[in-house]
Structures are given as C-alpha cells and as structure tokens.
Ligand binder design. Structure first.
Ligand SMILES: C[S@@+](CC[C@H](N)C(=O)[O-])C[C@H]1O[C@@H](n2cnc3c(N)ncnc32)[C@H](O)[C@@H]1O
Length: 206
C-alpha cells in the first residue's frame, strides 16, 4: 500500500518537509512496517538479551521514537521506564495512544535537547541516523544524555555510514565510548525492495 513512503522520507533533504511527510504517514506507518517485516524490534531484543545487562526499572530513551514501533519491543521485555523523543508531533500522537512511554518529548535531535546530561541507562535510536533525517553530530548529543557506563544502540545504514560522516564522528569520539557489539549487516525491511542494509552499533559510554 504505502510503498512510496520509504523513498520519499529517505530522499527528502529538507527537515520541515520531512516532518510533513511523517505527518501524512503517521497513521499508516505501523501497518507499512508490519508489511515490510521491520527487523529492528527483533534485533534490539537480541542485543538486550545477549550483550547488555539492565533491569526492568532501567531508564531508557527512545531517540526518534516515531510511533513507538521499536519502543513496544522494550515493553515486551518488561522495561517500565521509557522516555520517547521525536520532532514529529504527529508520530508522537500515535506513540501516545500506546501507553509505552512515561514521557514524550517533542524535540529535534539536530540541536542540543532540553534533557539533562547523564540520564539514561540505555538509548536506542533506530531508523533516525540517516539521510534526510539526523546527521552524525547527534551522536555527541546521544552520548551526553547517556549515564557513564550507559549503553547506546544505534542503527546506521551501511550505504551512508562513511558517506554522511557517521564513521568519522564515531572515530572522533572513541575516548567517550567503547564498542560492545557491531552486528553483521542485515536488511532492515526484508519485504521492501528499496530497503537499506544496516548494522546495529552497540556502545557503552565511558
Ligand atoms: C523511520 S522513523 C523511525 C521511528 C522509530 N525509531 C522506529 O524505529 O520505528 C524516523 C523518525 O525520525 C524522526 N525524526 C526525523 N528527523 C528528526 C529530528 N531532527 N529530530 C527528532 N526526530 C526526527 C521522524 O519524525 C520519525 O519518527
């Protein structure tokens, strides 16, 4: 049905127009991602089981949470303290209806957010650090928000990892984190012919 959206959002270069696209897509987003076989929820669950030791009260930020599609995977794992942040009030409206998040913040990740430093045991950021969305500079902000020894799980598509400067930004900050796990490349949306191949980068703040 909404096959066009993937190409539209990942080719958009203007952040305000992108917000409008998410406004128009918000109600159908979950259906489309179900249809395309969105791989991130399963990947997040696997990483949390195999590589990260947290308890159900750990404080988690879902950065660029959208409709809460991946946030739901955290609820399935019984996590109770999840904060969502996204710049699209329309995506957040869908997220709010699911009762996943303790709090939802409507803010952009391209600037310093209003959130205090060293707050979160885990930050997840899926489908957000990519073309037309949020660039590598946000990595600094995400590290700022994690507690010392807190974790970050970032999905980054292989195609833009070097090209858009994510590799360089991560290299520049190696004193601030250590790699816990780098997943093998996998297809993010197996049932969509334009899907990106991504990796999950799991870091721990030093
Ligand atoms: C592909 S969706 C991913 C949503 C969710 N993380 C998931 O995995 O389903 C990308 C999300 O990034 C958000 N986004 C785009 N630019 C943003 C920005 N500058 N600041 C915060 N969120 C942004 C969009 O509103 C959208 O909800």
């Amino acid at each position: 049905m909404g096959k066009k959206w993937l190409n539209i959002v990942y080719n958009e270069k203007n952040s305000q127009r992108l917000k409008k696209h998410y406004k128009d897509w918000a109600e159908e987003y979950d259906n489309d991602l179900n249809e395309w076989g969105y791989a991130y929820p399963k990947k997040i669950k696997k990483i949390l089981k195999n590589h990260i030791n947290l308890n159900k009260h750990s404080k988690i930020l879902d950065a660029g949470c959208g409709t809460g599609y991946v946030g739901q995977a955290l609820v399935d794992l019984k996590f109770k303290h999840i904060i969502g942040l996204d710049y699209s009030s329309d995506m957040l409206k869908v997220a709010r209806s699911k009762n996943i998040y303790k709090k939802l913040l409507c803010e952009s990740l391209t600037k310093r957010t209003s959130v205090e430093s060293n707050q979160f045991d885990l930050i997840i950021c899926t489908g957000v650090l990519t073309s037309g969305h949020v660039g590598p500079k946000a990595i600094k902000e995400l590290i700022r928000l994690a507690k010392p020894r807190g974790y970050l799980i970032l999905s980054i598509s292989e195609k833009i990892f070097s090209k858009l400067g994510f590799e360089e930004e991560l290299k520049k900050r190696t004193k601030q984190y250590r790699y816990i796990n780098l997943s093998r490349p996998f297809i993010a949306l197996p049932n969509h012919k334009s899907s990106a191949t991504s990796r999950m980068h799991t870091l721990q703040k030093i």
